[in-house]
Design a protein around this ligand. Structure first.
Ligand code: 5GP
Length: 229
């Protein structure tokens, strides 16, 4: 299990420290893919996931809240944070800066809590150089036509902005090769199921097994070994 309590047993006075670090899940997708909705749903439906909140220099969209979707900050503050090495990764996307705060992420992972990063391809590639064992998931839109319709219904973007994003999508789709899992989002419910499967299966991988828990429960005591008298 993923307990973070500090209980110890009579036979073993060591405090219980989870050996399993949190898993880092990275989800990237072209904009308009439904990624944000899917990420919200996955965090709500799979226990033990912390959705990291990035910093950005872009303006909040209607309905977005400081500290919930992003920390909305000025460029000067962003550059200060870069200089102080406070970002795990950062990138310039569609004319704005975005960055993942390093400390919050490391703290959660050390506590054994799984972390979800919703970041662009540049950011994912930076993480790939630094973090072992992260899980890379790419979400594809069903088609360019669907994507165009979705972007147009999101009234916040100008036609030029939409055109720019669609062009970017055509290039970005090919980054799928860098990722370990691909979810094609034709249908939100189906995609959520697929994502949940990835999260659950990753947790079951042999390499993620909490060895301390295994030893505590399954090492045979001397006196109980068959054949011993
Ligand atoms: P949006 O402005 O639509 O919320 O996000 C634009 C793009 O920036 C999306 O692809 C989103 O995943 C990406 N993004 C959001 N936060 C970060 C971050 O901290 N780092 C990087 N590299 N990309 C991010």
């Amino acid at each position: 299990t993923m307990s973070t309590s500090t209980t110890s047993t009579a036979s073993d006075p060591r405090p219980y420290v989870p050996e399993r670090r949190g898993i880092l899940f990275i989800i990237s997708a072209p904009s308009g893919t439904g990624k944000t909705t899917l990420c919200k749903q996955i965090t709500a439906s799979v226990p033990g996931i912390w959705h990291s909140v990035s910093y950005t220099t872009r303006q909040p969209r209607t309905g977005e809240e400081h500290g919930r979707e992003y920390f909305f900050i000025e460029e000067k503050i962003f550059q200060d944070m870069v200089a102080k090495n406070e970002f795990m990764e950062y990138a310039h996307v569609y004319g704005n800066w975005y960055g993942t705060p390093r400390k919050a992420l490391m703290d959660k992972m050390e506590q054994g809590i799984d972390v979800l990063l919703e970041i662009d391809v540049q950011g994912a590639l930076q993480i790939k150089k630094k973090v072992q064992d992260a899980v890379y998931i790419f979400i594809l839109p069903p088609s360019m036509e669907t994507l165009r319709t979705r972007l147009q219904s999101r009234a916040s973007d100008t036609p030029e902005e939409i055109q720019r994003r669609l062009q970017k999508v055509k290039e970005e789709v090919w980054s799928f090769r860098e990722y370990y899992y691909i979810v094609r989002n034709d249908n939100l419910e189906q995609s959520l199921k697929e994502l949940q499967s990835v999260f659950l299966a990753e947790r079951l991988k042999t390499k993620r097994l909490d060895m301390h828990w295994l030893e505590q429960n399954f090492i045979l005591e001397k006196e109980s070994k068959p054949g011993d008298r």
